[in-house]
Ligand binder design. Structure first.
Ligand code: AMP
Length: 431
């Protein structure tokens, strides 16, 4: 059967919205690979998956990220629902996971909760290479211990995960951003440095000075970066507890043999970070070279109405991860185990029967009812799909009740009775 002729007037094509993209079957192998490795690795460290809603009440992000952050002020997809409630497509997932943690009283008992998630996030940013409006993150959160061993072990897990994907060149940079004891003095010192230079700073930095002057380190304006290069550093202000905490994280990294660099200007954009703050970068990513970021946020759960539960987490940008995989991504998703090639309309019935018998025996079968195609074109199609073998039902086979089995890897071919196929294939489907 042929498709009906296209209508004469073509409708205008609708494209995916700006800043979004389709992930097509030909590239899905790389996505599935980074997800599968994440699950294997994280679960090996005791992490369990959590799935939270794609949208949340707007207030969650205003409180959980910080009302003055770029994310909250400029980048959120916020809309009223039909009853006028303000909802927001999640721009990140730490606040939602923390919300779920509180809502489901997951802090009951004495353990450490280790959670991971994989899914889309939304930020209204100017799209460019490696920066999308809908992007995907793979992240983890650890709740319930402020011990530096949590920081160290989770950092070790990140690097192990990246290494499992062949990303051995990833560079870990970290810092301590202090806590409620020492940050106020640092904040004051930073302001004392910035005030006399106010006129040279951009308007965004004026806002940052008022709300969270540490964030001036995130400014992308070149002149401001020069100013910030001379600014006082948090390292000189850390209290004894923060200093010791950081020293223990660094000592553990040394013991693990993990290459790292301390950068006293790494403060990251979010309000709730305490103590350890880190980034992992990869040179090939250009301006957007941060592959992942994270840190400790001991104040978040309390900020969101829970008790005083410390947290530590990170999020990897999946687009950037997939883009960075070595070898230009020759990761192909496994194709079907069996592709049935029926030649001619008479073979279709036999193909359907054969496919059903095989599927009931637990075998994967693809059958495309386009029996007018030549054998050559069907074999090409099976090859494109990465099929393992082709079960050919031609005129002779149909007449004789047989099927010709062609193994794609070596081209070997043999003809057997249809009734013996299941037995002939033996073993399990994927062997
Ligand atoms: P953040 O939640 O801002 O700490 O970002 C963590 C990671 O998510 C970054 O290092 C990026 O890899 C990724 N990421 C953040 N924003 C975007 C975006 N708009 N498009 C693609 N990836 C992003």
């Amino acid at each position: 059967m042929r498709f009906a002729a296209a209508p004469r007037r073509m409708e205008a094509m609708i494209e995916a919205p700006k800043g979004t993209r389709d992930i097509l079957p030909d590239e899905i192998g790389r996505w599935q690979l980074v997800e599968a490795r994440a699950r294997e690795t994280f679960e090996g460290y005791g992490f369990r998956e959590i799935r939270t809603p794609i949208f949340e009440n707007t207030e969650l992000f205003a409180r959980g990220i910080g009302a003055s952050t770029d994310i909250v002020t400029k980048e959120m997809y916020t809309f009223p629902d039909r009853k006028g409630r303000s909802l927001t497509l999640r721009p990140e997932n730490t606040a939602p996971v923390a919300r779920a943690f509180i809502e489901h009283q997951m802090s009951r008992g004495t353990g450490v909760q280790r959670l991971y998630y994989i899914g889309p996030m939304f930020r209204y940013e100017r799209p460019q290479k490696g920066r999308m409006r809908q992007f995907h993150q793979i992240g983890v959160e650890v709740f319930g211990s402020e011990h530096p061993a949590v920081d160290a072990e989770t950092l070790e897990m990140v690097m192990t995960y990246l290494a499992s994907l062949g990303l051995t060149e990833a560079e870990l940079t970290l810092n301590s951003v202090g806590d409620a004891t020492c940050r106020p003095a640092y904040r004051a010192a930073l302001l004392a440095y910035l005030e006399p230079r106010r006129d040279t700073l951009c308007v965004d930095c004026h806002r940052r000075m008022q709300e969270n002057p540490l964030r001036c380190f995130d400014c992308k304006v070149e002149a401001d970066r020069v100013t910030m290069a001379q600014a006082p550093l948090i390292t000189e202000f850390l209290c004894a507890d923060c200093r010791q905490h950081f020293a223990r994280v660094l000592a553990a990294l040394e013991a693990y043999g993990i290459r790292h660099r301390v950068d006293a200007r790494l403060v990251r954009g979010l309000d709730y970070y305490r103590r350890t703050s880190f980034e992992v970068a990869l040179s090939g990513l250009g301006a957007q070279n941060a592959l992942l970021g994270g840190g400790r946020y001991d104040g978040l759960i309390r900020e969101l109405g829970g008790s005083d539960v410390p947290g530590f987490g990170f999020a990897v940008g999946q687009e950037r991860l997939v883009m960075s995989l070595p070898d230009g991504g020759e990761v192909r998703a496994p194709g079907p185990e069996n592709f049935v090639a029926a030649l001619g309309e008479e073979a279709v019935g036999a193909a359907l029967r054969l496919a059903r018998v095989l599927r009931r025996a637990g075998r994967g079968v693809v059958f495309e009812p386009l029996p007018d195609r030549s054998l050559k074109s069907q074999l090409r199609r099976a090859h494109d799909l990465n099929a393992r073998r082709v079960l050919i039902l031609g005129e002779t086979e149909v007449r004789q009740g047989t099927v010709t089995i062609k193994t794609m890897a070596d081209g070997a071919q043999e003809t057997i009775p249809q009734t013996q196929v299941v037995m002939h294939l033996g073993g399990s489907g994927r062997a």
